[in-house]
Design a protein around this ligand. Sequence first.
Ligand SMILES: *Cc1c(COP(=O)(O)O)cnc(C)c1O
Length: 242
Amino acid sequence: MAVSRNKIEKNLAKIRANIADACRRIGRDPKGITIVAVTKAVDLPTVKNLLDAGLTELGENRVPQLISRAAELDAYIQRRRNPLAGPVRWHMIGHLQRNKVRGVLKATNFIHSLDSLRLAEELQERAEKMDLPPINVFLQVNCSQESQKYGCAVGAAVHLGELIATLPHLRLVGLMTMGPMSASPDKTRLSFTRLREIFEEMRSDKIGGDNFRHLSMGMSGDYTIAVEEGATILRIGTALFE
Ligand SMILES: *Cc1c(COP(=O)(O)O)cnc(C)c1O
């Protein structure tokens, strides 16, 4: 799908207005909220339009596409004359297989989909071998407890987070969840509230220390609810491109 810069800017203005409204309702500062633009369904020229519209945090849910796009964009950024709004950072938001860890670590160090100790240990081992700085990871929790395959169980999250926080090459920066698919707003809110409660419990236990401060939740269909429930990172695709 190809989407013009003009259309992206219009959609972005609408999204930002909705975020500001949600923040006003509950007395939050919108500055504490970052939009990760999810690019899985759009073409490379559209990704460049996102950069021109000022969005530099980009998300992909498949490793091969993330790697190839990170490389293509690097070349584009080096040719560019005008400075960007910020450094371009890729976020791996989809399920990560252990055999893709090496590749993804070459292209990014923001991983939202860490959901098992085995995967954490693989990341730790690879990052150590590759002599990389700490990888920013979010523990993905299956808060909706529906048929979704990914994310650790709610009851396992605190303990798993505690173990992850001890791995020296990982930096546990927060929690991530996906709202339930096509659910009522009440059910969606419940999922987000649950993630926030786990987050608060972990913070009061000082798990992850000062680095642990993000809630990655909210997509095109539910980001205003996520903002009301404390999201600091919204992962938005469709709403930017429709
Ligand atoms: C696709 C995707 C998104 C964005 O979804 P939209 O509904 O297009 O905003 C967010 N998070 C994850 C993990 C995704 O796979």
